[in-house]
Design a protein around this ligand. Structure first.
Ligand SMILES: Nc1ncnc2c1ncn2[C@@H]1O[C@H](COP(=O)(O)OP(=O)(O)OP(=O)(O)O)[C@@H](O)[C@H]1O
Length: 257
């Protein structure tokens, strides 16, 4: 059973169809990539998968259950976590608090519990802090950095912090929107290995939007290619890179995609 499936998923903004009737299947445990020229509809597709946009038409299934139109925080509790193309951190909060905020939707305490702080709430908070520290360490953020404000981290560290925050939500499916954007080649290699570890050690399913073709070709079990809102090709890296439609629509472009 696939972990995620879309059926004829469509998003219209006024007269523009940004995502047009996409059928997509993501197998559990896969690393899959979504590629395509600027404006192809990749981020819009991600935004529907994570509940930020309710699709204009079509269906979205998680573990065969219909989750079309489900809100983002609910999807996090169902095991879908993501990072963003433009890093979205609380810059003036500590590194640790950024992860704790991300875990909030999984904590059980309600407002009354939070105010009265009975022992089980205090315990839950302590557990959450321990878990946050664990995931920060897992993502390679030094212990000495966790009380720094997020804005003081290097760019590569901020990207890893975003991933740590997503991991702390204990997802089954992790969506990464251009995770290497702005990284230098060494950081990109390191991140590639890290993504493979997420799949191999944590058994996560990973879907990424990525412009770095070397990374995409090296890491992906499957690649889906979008152009002008449509899926134009799909398959193994080898199949996709040799598909004339892809070469014409995407790889043949002379910009830096
Ligand atoms: N909220 C919105 N309102 C109106 N139009 C939008 C909105 N979001 C995206 N679009 C349009 O939808 C199309 C697809 O955009 P999208 O950002 O999904 O593409 P993309 O493949 O992620 O591009 P990039 O690689 O540049 O990030 C573009 O024409 C874009 O201008």
């Amino acid at each position: 059973m696939p972990i995620l499936e879309t059926q004829q998923l469509t998003m219209r903004f006024g007269g523009l169809t940004a995502v047009n009737q996409i059928d997509f299947v993501l197998e559990r445990g896969a690393i899959a990539s979504l590629i395509g020229p600027n404006g192809a509809g990749k981020t819009t597709f991600f935004n529907m998968l994570t509940g930020i946009y309710a699709p204009s038409a079509g269906k979205l299934l998680l573990n065969n259950g219909d989750i079309t139109g489900t809100a983002p925080d609910k999807l996090v509790t169902l095991g879908v976590a993501r990072t963003f193309q433009n890093i979205r951190l609380f810059n003036n909060m500590s590194v640790l608090d950024n992860v704790l905020v991300g875990m909030h939707s999984r904590l059980k305490a309600n407002l009354v519990g939070t105010l009265l702080r009975p022992p089980q709430v205090v315990r839950e908070e302590l557990d959450a802090r321990d878990k946050s520290k664990y995931w920060l360490d897992y993502a390679g953020i030094a212990k000495s950095r966790i009380f720094e404000m997020a804005k003081n981290l290097s760019y590569g560290e901020q990207r890893r912090l975003e991933i740590a925050r997503a991991l702390a939500c204990e997802p089954q499916l992790l969506l990464l929107d251009e995770p290497t954007a702005g990284m230098n080649p060494a950081e990109t290699v390191e991140l590639t290995r890290f993504i493979q570890r997420l799949r191999d050690d944590l058994k996560l399913t990973v879907l990424l939007i990525e412009h770095d073709m070397k990374l995409v070709m090296g890491i992906s079990d499957r690649i889906t290619v979008m152009a002008s809102g449509r899926k134009i090709s799909e398959g193994t890296p080898n199949k996709v890179i040799n598909d004339p439609i892809v070469i014409e629509a995407y790889l043949g472009k002379d910009d830096d995609d």
